[in-house]
Design a protein around this ligand. Structure first.
Ligand SMILES: Cc1cc2nc3c(=O)[nH]c(=O)nc-3n(C[C@H](O)[C@H](O)[C@H](O)COP(=O)(O)OP(=O)(O)OC[C@H]3O[C@@H](n4cnc5c(N)ncnc54)[C@H](O)[C@@H]3O)c2cc1C
Length: 326
């Protein structure tokens, strides 16, 4: 019997994996709750998405609104909150949140994604919003006519740089490697064709300089006879690390990259704990919205089996489903 604040599956996250899981869990008629800190996750701030099937071109935020809309159709509760602690007692789980609430669940589905990496330089935190940015989609329009640098060599870096070329006068792409190997060729071509981007390979940023905000960066290699480069903004796209803290609290096994290890059905090593999306080792290098969503669906299906087998499901009655959603 379900009571208030008690659910079959506690879905942690509000990104593609979480909403896909919520949709599938609801359609399996187990009772999910979505508890997530930031609506839409990385997809919502990832800019224009051109590789999500069914949408030739859609803003990531709008795509996530559609995910949310579909979960809303099944009246899945979606809570804007951060889970700060997860504990397990006799196979039952409790999530404690930043706002002081506690939620009980027969199972947990971790869809918490990854945390952007930082360079670890002085002023990096202090000048976030004052020239230092981790989100080109959010901040590119602020740099109309400016000179900016993007640090990184992955697809997110190149995609961000392409967007910036549409606003900034000049975009430096600074990468410690000697050539790009990871970006999608289509994005790389768009960057090369932009005409106002310059790649600085084998180069690292070693200092951020300025007064009350960024005005230049120091490189570990000369460009045009100087290691100082005047920029109005720097965009850090140097990868991300899995948000593994909650998994660790539950004794979930991680791999050498701190990704949650899941099997093909998104089970972790802890019974009743499932995981999906970028926090896991499931999609290797192809961490994308479509793979996260697919894993969310799989994880919900496995969670359904788990709660059914354990005879713990506080199943929704079919009658509670909205018309047309049965
Ligand atoms: C700049 C950029 C551009 C991209 N472009 C594309 C693209 O064009 N196409 C594509 O397919 N993919 C793209 N991606 C990748 C895509 O965004 C990710 O693969 C996808 O968002 C992963 O979804 P997820 O649900 O696993 O995690 P996320 O989207 O990261 O969502 C994680 C969620 O968990 C929440 N959370 C974290 N910790 C807690 C906690 N303790 N309590 C509660 N909630 C928590 C977060 O707030 C967030 O809501 C891009 C990524 C970036 C960074």
């Amino acid at each position: 019997m379900c009571t208030a604040n008690a659910y079959d599956v506690l879905i942690v996250g509000q990104g593609a994996a979480a909403f896909a899981a919520a949709l599938y869990a609801a359609r399996y008629q187990i009772r999910p709750v979505v508890i997530g800190e930031t609506f839409g996750g990385e997809t919502a701030t990832g800019g224009v998405i051109e590789n999500y099937p069914g949408y030739p071109e859609i803003d990531g935020f709008d795509l996530m609104l559609k995910f949310r809309e579909q979960a809303d159709k099944y009246e899945v509760p979606v809570l804007d909150d951060k889970v700060v602690g997860l504990e397990s007692v006799d196979g039952h789980y409790t999530a404690r949140t930043f706002s002081g609430e506690a939620y009980a669940g027969s199972s947990v589905l971790l869809a918490v994604g990854r945390e952007r990496r930082k360079l670890g330089l002085e002023h990096e935190e202090e000048w976030t919003g004052k020239g230092v940015s981790f989100c080109s989609t959010c901040d590119a329009p602020l740099h109309r006519g400016n000179v900016v640098a993007v640090v990184g060599g992955g697809d997110a870096a190149v995609k961000g740089a392409v967007l910036l070329t549409r606003y900034a006068r000049k975009v430096y792409v600074i990468y410690r490697g000697s050539r790009f190997t990871r970006p999608e060729p289509a994005n790389l071509r768009a960057l090369e064709e932009a005409g106002n981007a310059e790649m600085l390979f084998d180069t690292n940023v070693v200092a951020l300089q300025g007064g009350d905000g960024l005005s230049s960066i120091m490189l570990d290699r000369e460009r045009d006879g100087s290691t100082e480069l005047d920029v109005h903004g720097i965009f850090l796209e140097i990868g991300a690390d899995p948000r593994a803290e909650l998994a660790v609290q539950l004794g979930v096994a991680l791999n050498e990259r701190d990704e949650v290890v899941v099997d093909r059905r998104m089970r972790t090593n802890v019974p009743g704990v499932f995981a999906a999306g970028d926090v896991t080792d499931a999609s290797g290098e192809l961490k994308q919205t479509i793979t996260a969503a697919a894993q969310g669906a799989l994880a919900a299906a496995t969670a359904y089996e788990y709660v059914s087998e354990h005879n713990e499901a506080c199943k929704w009655h079919a009658a509670s489903l909205p018309e047309g959603a049965k």
